[in-house]
Ligand binder design. Structure first.
Ligand code: NAD
Length: 385
């Protein structure tokens, strides 16, 4: 029996709530496919500060380096926004990404037919939307030095090297080869020297991929096009901060921030986390949507452990419950029944165990039939890096 060690970092706010459901689904996948997954919890973010005064405790650092893969919830807590940098929850997350060297962050964004009406965009804009955002994750403005505050003056530094750009660009082009063979690279080359280096380097890498079309967009126009013509994108390649912003914007397409997963990959263990934050406004109420975390667990199985069958089973179960009308509060229309975080997690886990994929009629799902629709595409389609 295959056996893997997963370091689980639930973090703060809704992090522990959604991570618990991702763990439930991972255990179900393990049971169904005969895989032993040992899931061990470690603190990060405000939870790390509360435990030992450090947002990335030494015990957590050691554990993630030993693990086969890392599953993270979210970090961030009200009241710590203005704490000294070494005590900020976000410092723990940035440190974790740097420690693992996970420079390529993959964020698949695909619209399910069953959720088209949950987006504020018109349905015809959402047809055929299937974007893979490839965001550089360990460089740029979030990491550049010098940085700091000096009274009425503050400074951050935007820096990228050619090597950093090249390696993430290759991830994007390789992914495009498995998809629709288009890379849209985002920059601000009309203003920033770093963006000029970004554009030159991506163009050079692109020459090794003559079968992949490359286009360049300024970030401001990319932001507009993402909501006016989202189906025009295949792989969207961006630096760190632009990707952070554009991927939250992309959440509008799918109907909720709570749906989107991510995989962060480098040379060693991968880091898998939903794209949302700790959502303090809804923490502790049992209303958070766990699907972003559960879909991140599917990416963990696919890219972290190379278990595509188990990953497919989880992705299919997610699509099936959504197609069958299961809705957490963020997705429910007026009058629709609402599932709690753990009810949604249980439905998906049960379906993974029951081995009935999209054949909802055979699964005995206890869901409203009024809004059953067929799922149109696999959110992970062809996204292997
Ligand atoms: P957020 O993503 O936490 O929340 C934005 C909005 O989306 C809120 O209204 C929230 O209720 C909703 N939302 C988020 N996830 C949801 C889910 N799973 N189900 C239903 N609704 C959901 O962003 P924010 O409010 O800007 O930030 C809150 C804290 O999270 C801050 O401390 C921030 O620094 C941190 N943060 C952490 C990460 C991370 O851990 N990767 C990412 C973004 C923000």
């Amino acid at each position: 029996m295959k056996s893997y060690a997963i370091a689980v970092l639930p973090g703060d706010g809704i992090g522990p709530e959604v991570t618990a459901e991702a763990e439930r689904v991972l255990q179900a996948a393990g049971q169904r496919f005969g895989i032993t997954l040992t899931l061990t919890h470690f603190p990060v973010g405000a939870a790390g500060v509360a435990a030992v005064g450090d947002p990335l405790p030494e015990e957590t650092r050691a554990a993630v380096q030993r693990a086969n893969a890392v599953l993270l919830g979210a970090v961030g807590a009200p009241g710590l926004e203005h704490a000294p940098r070494h005590l900020k929850p976000e410092t723990g997350l940035l440190g974790l990404r740097a420690l693992l060297g996970v420079y390529a962050n993959l964020r698949p964004v695909a619209v399910l037919a069953s959720l088209v009406d949950r987006s504020p965009l018109k349905a015809d804009r959402l047809r055929d939307v299937d974007v893979l955002i490839v965001r550089e994750l360990t460089g740029g403005l979030y990491y550049g030095e010098p940085r700091g505050r000096d009274g009425p003056r503050a400074v951050n530094t935007l820096v990228y090297t050619k090597a950093e750009i090249e390696r993430v660009a290759r991830v994007a082009f390789d992914a495009a080869r498995r998809r629709r063979r288009l890379v849209t690279s985002v920059d601000k080359a009309n203003v920033l020297e770093v963006s000029q280096l970004w554009r030159e380097t991506v163009t050079t890498v692109g020459r090794d991929y003559p079968d992949v079309r490359l286009e360049h967009l300024y970030v401001d126009y990319a932001a507009m096009r993402l909501v006016t013509d989202p189906a025009a994108f295949d792989v969207l390649l961006t630096e760190n901060m632009f990707g952070d912003i554009l991927s939250d914007e992309a959440a509008v397409l799918v109907g909720s921030l709570g749906l989107l997963p991510s995989a962060s990959l480098g040379a060693g263990a991968g880091l898998f986390e939903p794209i949302h934050g700790s959502a303090p406004d809804i923490a502790g109420k049992g209303v958070a949507n766990p699907i972003g975390a559960i879909a991140s667990a599917a990416m963990l199985l696919r890219y972290g452990l190379q278990l595509p069958e188990a990953a497919d089973a989880v992705d299919q179960a997610i699509r099936a419950v959504l197609s069958a009308g299961a809705r957490t509060r963020d997705l429910a229309a007026a009058g629709e029944p609402v599932l709690s975080t753990s009810e949604m997690g249980s439905r998906i886990a049960d379906l993974v165990l029951s081995n009935c994929g999209l054949a909802i009629a055979d699964c005995g799902l206890d869901l409203p039939s009024s809004n059953r629709q067929s799922a149109i595409r696999n959110p992970q389609s062809g996204t292997a890096p």
